[in-house]
Design a protein around this ligand. Sequence first.
Ligand code: ADP
Ligand code: MG
Length: 677
Amino acid sequence: MDRFFREVRFLPGVGSGRSEQLARLNIFNIFDLLWNVPRTYLNRNETHNIGQIEAGGKYNIKGTVSATKLNRGYRGTAVFKAVIQDDSAAITAVWFNQNYLDKTIKPGQSIFVSGRVKEAGLANNYELIAEEYEILDSVDSSLKILPVYYLTEGLNQKRMRSLMLYVLTNYLPWYKEIFTFEQKRKYQLCDIGYAFYNIHFPAGRPEYLQAKKRLAVEELVLFLSKLRQGQTEEKGRTGIAHKEKFDYLQRVYGQLPFSLTPAQEKVLRLIFDDMEKPKPMNRMLQGDVGAGKTVIAALCLAKSAASGFQGVLMAPTEVLAHQHYQALTKFYRNTDLSVALLTGSTAGAVRKSVINETLAGNVHILLGTHALLQGDIEFRNLGLVVIDEQHRFGVKQRSILGAKGQPDFLMMTATPIPRTLALTVYGDLDVAVIDELPPGRRPIKTELIPPEKRDAVYAFIYDKIKADADTQVFVVCPLIEESEKQDWLAAVALYDILKQKYPDVQVDLLHGRLKAAEKKAIMEKFQAGQTRILVSTTVIEVGVDVPSAVIMVVEQAERFGLSQLHQLRGRVGRGKEASYCFLISDPPTDEAWQRMRAMEKTNDGFILAQEDLKIRGPGEFWGVKQHGLNQMKVASLIRHGKWIELSRKILEEENINYAALEDYVKHKFPDRTEAKN
Ligand code: ADP
Ligand code: MG
């Protein structure tokens, strides 16, 4: 078994240089190499006649190089062109910024190229913008379908392929099956060796599909079993039944500053039902930005306290934790509920006293940030854990809090999570949705503004501020300081500009490097309405609630993901006034354009989340990295729902080779072991 985890530098032809290149691709040992699946394939069986090519399409062509030319353009850009001829016609293939091609692609060679065709220069003159190519003389001609791997400087496809072939031939037989012969037959899974071979060098499409299924299931079984290691501890939990003995909840409920919407009432009943049952609650509360999740959390925490338990509310940022503290203190006024706040900047005697009072049971509700996870924070009897903006946390944080008692869990988020992903990451999970906004909300008018029209936006803002004494504005920038390489318009610079330009307007600056006390002071000033324009980094991204803020400006909007933009926009549109969101951007890619357009089109976070999934996949979408899901090479948690179900079933019902499984889990998802410390 150990031979798989031998470092790549022990392979023939792989010295320290080559192994450094591989390390850049996160390949350290032979196991990693096997799992380094191709990013795409070149199918030399499927080629088009050059004579039939039309502009706009994607084509594979095969022909002879009849001429080549390397042009050096402005600022060192290189354009390499090769005329390629087959029996029907000739076309010019074009590569950008790959000067070395001059030495690789030569007249007389037989070549395969795939890429997109564009009209060039004169009418009816086409160019093929090359994406992949293969010089046919240099490869084993028995291979019709060639793998294309991710590469790094100094490493070419040919080297990578021969390395893969070597590993497949010499090491694959030692890869341990985790399934028995019968299991493979029952679930129609091919052998693991066959799968690895055919994912790298598929004999044909059916073989490739077989391989893909087997490796996706392999990967999912490893991943799910990793998650279960954490969840078995949870399964053993007995849970508690919340039964009210005190009147805290009635008192809080009786003095709410507004009446709950029907949607809020509905989710509250669902959650209360869960809390009353002795079974541990595992519930996700979804509600769009501004739907009013905080008050639900406040009521649930009051119910827990009324039942004689303590509660926790954890938020991802200090600004948000402070805001929750203020909100809860208001909801709980005159109720004798005691609320304490603990963040990274709570220190010394204050911290000590919060910890002591919590342990003694004198704190009913403890609010805070990640700081709540520290080992010296213990409870007398923890009954409820509420995690706000759950998508910002991982499962790890959750189980740390879970271990501090037998609490019920309520996870809140504005970002809907696909069901397969939720089940995979959180095990069995109930979802409650707040599907309506509090009354009086106005849709936010969103507009994409090209950078050259920025001044007009600020002039508009200035006029509004002068016309209306309540108007407040957020301006969000992606960076704190101007960095040398990226000439972004940074928060500090913009703050200076605005202050100079509008000396009669109170402008403030908020960013992550300020001390907690400074941040708090600045937010309080803004909340009190003294600050008219708050220039900020994304520290205000989640949860911040200031109803008189009606304009949101996002600088360099293309730098933000869709769910992030939606969160930012959610900071406005909470009051009675018409609200605006200006996205200042010159979107550099198609994808960025789509994001900006989606923002202009809808205010609905659920629709945007769907769009986001379509545009980007689950990548950064749901804190996926924290769960190690980015280690997935074959399986997709969005598209492979059926295989996820199959893998869950196999893990539940079958007796598999656990010795091999555990070894592979350790290597494929190594962050688990780190998480344990
Ligand atoms: P989110 O769901 O994004 O966390 P919040 O809990 O911050 O939203 O609520 C947004 C704003 O709406 C807050 O100012 C809150 O007081 C207010 N709000 C919540 N529920 C209602 C309601 N039923 N009626 C009126 N305003 C409400
Ligand atoms: Mg919130």
